[in-house]
Design a protein around this ligand. Structure first.
Ligand code: SME
Length: 150
């Protein structure tokens, strides 16, 4: 399904949301099943007052990395930089936390609520260099919608 077709689905999920965790879980499942180069889709959120991220709902293989300190890995760097991070080839990154040996690339987009970076969507792909500016735009849309639930 194209990103343009997925957007109304995301809107439906957000409008019909009764439970935040369930809605985020549905979004993860939708993106993983409908976008062929998305192999793991999950949300990380700032863990209370701590300078660390905590894993939220996700779709894909379970990960050991349920807590990620700020600054560590791609996710931890986005928590500090407040910027999208597109990694075409994870092997080229020094500060990277491997979740699975099958992962070749990753994209992380921050979620802002009232201008504050409160979390992120993290997507792993088993394909090399699959992400374009279209992924970034679409995921920014998803993050903006998710922010309305938080
Ligand atoms: N690869 C991430 C860690 C999270 S897993 O991809 C689920 C990172 O380097 O921050």
């Amino acid at each position: 399904m194209s990103f343009e077709h997925l957007k109304p689905k995301i809107n439906q999920y957000i409008k019909g949301s009764k439970n935040r965790e369930d809605t985020l879980q549905h979004i993860c499942k939708l993106l993983k099943s409908e976008v062929s180069h998305y192999d793991w889709v999950g949300f990380y959120f700032k863990n209370g007052n701590k300078n660390e991220l905590k894993l939220g709902p996700y779709a894909g293989a379970p990960t050991d990395h349920t807590i990620i300190p700020f600054g560590k890995g791609i996710c931890g760097q986005v928590a500090v930089s407040n910027q999208n991070f597109v990694v075409p080839d994870v092997k080229a990154q020094d500060n990277y936390i491997a979740c699975s040996i099958t992962v070749k690339s990753e994209i992380v987009i921050p979620i802002f609520v009232d201008g504050k970076n409160i979390g992120q969507i993290d997507i792993d792909s088993n394909t090399l260099d699959p992400f374009s500016v279209k992924d970034e735009e679409f995921l920014e849309f998803v993050c903006a919608k998710v922010a309305t639930l938080l």
